[in-house]
Ligand binder design. Structure first.
Ligand code: NAG
Length: 255
């Protein structure tokens, strides 16, 4: 069972205890102690934070003030751009970064290097009809990867990149439109001693290892790309949230 599920179950137990008016601090402390022993609280940091918040609410204010909404907490917020024509859900804790180049940019305040953006082709020069204009998903994946590699092109000596297309697929969302989903991994290796005379002194080390997830859609004759990036070492932990953002991405007709 996932830890976050445990976390939710814990909250439901606490809520049930309160609402059935057998709320007794000793019981709550016992539950919290048990939960800690069972390592239920070994969940992502933001969940720990909200656990602490809801726990302190229980202890400080007693049963009456607690609503279900407060305890379960909506984890996602919706972002809608009616002017450019797209929308998506993003984790509530993420913060918007202005002036980051993309049309919209959010990042995770806890996980360094985890962020998302939306790129849109220029309205005047693009004449997309459907995402299939990019070819099949596999072809679109190559294009996405190439775009990333070009953006990360390094002029530093001794930098080497390896890349891998992990998946390329299409889906029809609940708006009836076709979207492509692309997933790639890029690793960057750098040598800190590229000018060394002896080849054995030019050691290349892994600099970063990241997962890039893209959702592509077409509307208003424009190509929209939702981009998510996450360090591979936290990807498994973050995957659920990232997939939820991907699933929610929609392109909408502008007026
Ligand atoms: C977004 O994340 C990437 C790494 O995944 C990082 O290189 C980049 O600087 C981040 N952008 C911002 C504006 O935080």
């Amino acid at each position: 069972m996932k830890l976050s599920q445990n976390f939710r179950i814990m909250n439901v137990i606490i809520l049930a205890l309160i609402t059935t008016t057998i709320c007794h601090h000793k019981i709550i402390f016992f539950l919290l102690e048990t939960a800690t022993k069972l390592n239920i609280f070994a969940v992502p940091r933001r969940n720990v934070l909200s656990t602490m918040l809801s726990t302190s609410t229980v202890i400080l204010f007693g049963s009456k003030q607690i609503t279900l909404a407060e305890i379960t907490g909506a984890t996602f917020r919706e972002y809608i751009d009616t002017f450019d024509g797209y929308s998506f859900l993003y984790p509530k804790s993420w913060i918007q970064v202005r002036g980051a180049g993309a049309d919209i940019f959010f990042r995770d305040p806890f996980v360094l290097d985890e962020n998302m953006s939306v790129e849109i082709s220029s309205p005047s020069s693009s004449k997309y009809v459907t995402v299939e204009d990019l070819g099949p998903p596999e072809k679109a994946a190559e294009r996405v990867l190439q775009q990333y590699l070009t953006e990360f092109m390094s002029t530093r000596l001794g930098v080497r990149r390896t890349s891998n297309i992990l998946s390329a697929s299409s889906k029809v969302a609940d708006d009836g439109k076709l979207y492509y989903e692309v997933e790639v991994n890029i690793k960057s290796f750098a040598s800190n001693n590229e000018l060394a005379v002896m080849p054995q002194d030019r050691v290349q080390r892994l600099e970063w290892d990241r997962r890039y997830l893209s959702v592509l859609g077409v509307e208003n004759k424009r190509l929209y790309e939702l981009r998510l990036q996450s360090p591979e070492q936290v990807f498994k932990e973050e995957e659920g949230d990232l997939r939820r953002v991907m699933d929610s991405f929609r392109v909408n007709k502008t007026v």
